[in-house]
Design a protein around this ligand. Structure first.
Ligand code: FAD
Ligand code: NAI
Length: 471
């Protein structure tokens, strides 16, 4: 595949971790090849993750708005319907446009795109089983592993991607199911559950724990669950699925209380298994090189992303930390900066998490419980979108901003938003945390009016001064 004798860097995996690292490395002057086996660039994120899910969330949100909200502001629609095949096609168009776009970026930055599956022969050589049937070898000074993750299977519930689906099947359904069961109330479950609930499915989310998205601030999470229930999502908490089978056109699931008890059955047309993801390392040849995994299958790396073989680095979903596209990108940039002798660094304390439901939730830093567990004496300030003029003007008032700060110093510890556009709004908090700001710093920063972001300023006033203006 490769004409050049030796590359400075071979990246295995063309997801947001790998492709961003490849481009950055080329920009730093390295000769780079990126090996990707799925036939298109962009990894899980672009092909079967972030992007297609956000396209479906957008279309289904507009439909739900037209159905549930337009009437109240005087917009008449007549009989409303949708063409699901067009919704799916427009999602596919967004995906293919973006993946082709990365090919363009590779050309522009002179990154060689090698289409095939890579395997380590040594710390400086990669063998590629080409998609065209060819086999080739590439030598490299450094190798970056960015092979990402795959769906965690649920024993007893075999995925066929038609009736019992993973997120990949759920993104590609041909019809909207009348009844859907989602196993796992995490990011995928709530986002994909929302998509199909809006399009008319009766959706039941079965969750092992007693809380949805356990990593979220407890107060925000409780409000979030109530809001999703109001929209029509049903939750069966503290419940585990022990078996799932396809019977004719239906899926029959056996459930049990997580803490033990009598078994029950629940039926649906499509069941989505969304209980997490696990690192993907198949066929990489790690064992022969002595590259180790931790007890969750993640590659062990040092603070410079180095595996036990010094010329082999690993980033993204493959290593510890949140399994998020933007985290993989940050890892990738830092790793190649380190290879180039620079001071690459990722501040994991300021990686934001966003759930793209409606309203969205977004958070950065510590939850109130986490801050207390770390020994901080905390203070919090809250502001409801009910009292925000822009949210009122557009009739989108569910949610709040909650700020957690150090009681002694007023230093920001965490910001948690549930509300329209929370995923865009969170970034002033990310920047504030990155710069070590206090709540008062945000409270004294001028915010445009009328914007949803004013709720962040008001919550900061509540935190710093004990009182906001408008509540
Ligand atoms: P990946 O994106 O998984 O890329 C790895 C690539 O390596 C793949 O393309 C794979 O084909 C390739 N590969 C593997 N082995 C080899 C090999 N031996 N040779 C060659 N190529 C190989 N994150 C967010 O931040 N925001 C979101 O909104 C979001 N939504 C998501 C929605 C869904 C439904 C899913 C499933 C995930 C979502 N994620 C989201 C998570 C996000 O997709 C991942 O965190 C991100 O893609 C990880 O990037 P990565 O580069 O580490 O790995
Ligand atoms: P997740 O880790 O977010 O949630 C999984 C949920 O399933 C948890 O609440 C867990 O308690 C529950 N669970 C685990 N085992 C179970 C069982 N046997 N029965 C019932 N429930 C069980 O994982 P998810 O939703 O699959 O997503 C995978 C990853 O992809 C996420 O962790 C996230 O990193 C990423 N992602 C990010 C998105 C975003 O940033 N908006 C969107 C979608 C995915």
């Amino acid at each position: 595949a490769s004409g050049a004798a030796e590359k400075d860097l071979v990246v295995i995996g063309g997801g947001p971790g790998g492709y961003v690292a490849a481009i950055k490395a080329a920009q730093l002057g390295m000769s780079v090849a990126c090996v990707e086996g799925r036939g298109s660039l962009g990894g899980t994120c672009l092909n079967v993750g972030c992007i297609p899910s956000k396209a479906l969330l957008h279309s289904s949100h507009l439909y739900a708005e037209a159905k549930n909200h337009f009437g109240s502001i005087g917009i008449k629609t007549g009989e409303l319907s949708y063409d699901f095949s067009v919704i799916q096609k427009s999602k596919d168009t967004a995906v293919s446009g973006l993946t082709k776009g990365i090919e363009g970026l590779f050309k522009k930055n002179k990154v060689e795109y090698v289409k095939g599956w890579g395997k380590l022969l040594s710390g400086n050589e990669v063998e590629v089983a080409g998609l065209d049937g060819s086999s080739s070898k590439i030598k490299a000074k450094n190798i970056l592993l960015a092979t990402g993750s795959e769906v965690t299977p649920l024993p007893g519930v075999p995925i066929d991607e038609t009736r019992i689906v993973s997120s990949t099947g759920a993104l590609a359904l041909k019809e909207v199911p009348a009844e859907m069961v989602v196993i796992g109330a995490g990011y995928i479950g709530l986002e994909m559950g929302s998509v199909y609930q809006r399009l008319g499915s009766k959706v039941t989310v079965v969750e092992f724990l007693d809380t949805i998205v356990p990593s979220m601030d407890a107060e925000v999470r409780r409000t979030f669950q109530r809001t999703l229930e109001k929209q029509g999502l049903k939750f069966k908490m503290g419940t585990k699925v022990t078996k799932g089978e396809v019977v004719g056109n239906r899926v029959v699931l056996t459930t049990e209380p997580s803490k033990g008890g009598a078994a029950d059955k629940i039926e649906c047309d499509v069941c989505l298994v969304a209980i997490g993801r696990r690192p993907y390392t198949e066929g990489l040849g790690l064992e022969a090189l002595g590259i180790k995994k931790d007890n969750r299958g993640r590659l062990e790396v040092d603070s410079h992303f180095r595996t036990a073989v010094p010329s082999v680095y690993a980033i993204g979903d493959l290593v510890a930390g949140p399994m998020l596209a933007h985290k993989a990108e940050e890892d990738g940039v830092a790793a190649v900066e380190i290879m180039a002798g620079k001071h690459g660094h990722v501040n994991y304390a300021t990686v934001p998490s966003i759930c793209y439901t409606h309203p969205e939730t977004a958070s950065v830093g510590l939850t109130e419980d986490e801050a207390k567990a770390k020994g901080y004496e905390t203070k919090t300030g809250k502001f409801s979108f009910m009292a925000n003029s822009r949210a009122r003007a557009v009739g989108d008032t569910d949610g709040m901003v909650k700020i957690v700060a150090d009681k002694k110093t007023d230093k920001l510890l965490g910001v948690h938003i549930m509300g329209p556009n929370a995923g865009e709004m969170i970034h002033e908090a990310v920047l504030a945390l990155e710069y070590g700001a206090s709540a008062e710093d945000i409270a004294r920063t001028c915010h445009g009016h009328p914007t949803l972001s004013e709720a962040v300023k008001e919550a900061a006033m509540a935190t710093a001064f004990g009182k906001p203006i408008h509540m």
